[in-house]
Design a protein around this ligand. Structure first.
Ligand SMILES: [Zn+2]
Length: 75
């Protein structure tokens, strides 16, 4: 389990979430995962693409195909 600090591509606020290899399709990288910003002002879902070390390669504003899980941010 890796704790990630990043920013929400919708509102640019700091976000924090936990991710592990069970959350993504390990057959191809970068692998997408949906990140739901658990925040009253935002509440939007984006797609984060993770490389084989679970580092964030890039993000997309909307839900792209291929993700197998939605992760709630911790704040
Ligand atoms: Zn947000």
């Amino acid at each position: 389990m890796t704790l990630k600090f990043n920013s929400c591509p919708h509102c640019n606020q700091q976000i924090m979430f936990k991710v592990n290899f069970d959350d993504i399709d390990n057959s191809r990288f970068p692998a997408p995962v949906y990140i739901h910003h658990n925040n009253e002002q935002c509440g939007k879902t984006s797609t984060f693409y993770l490389d084989s070390r679970l580092q964030v390669s890039y993000t997309e504003l909307d839900k792209k195909p291929g993700a197998i899980k939605t992760i709630e941010t911790m704040k």
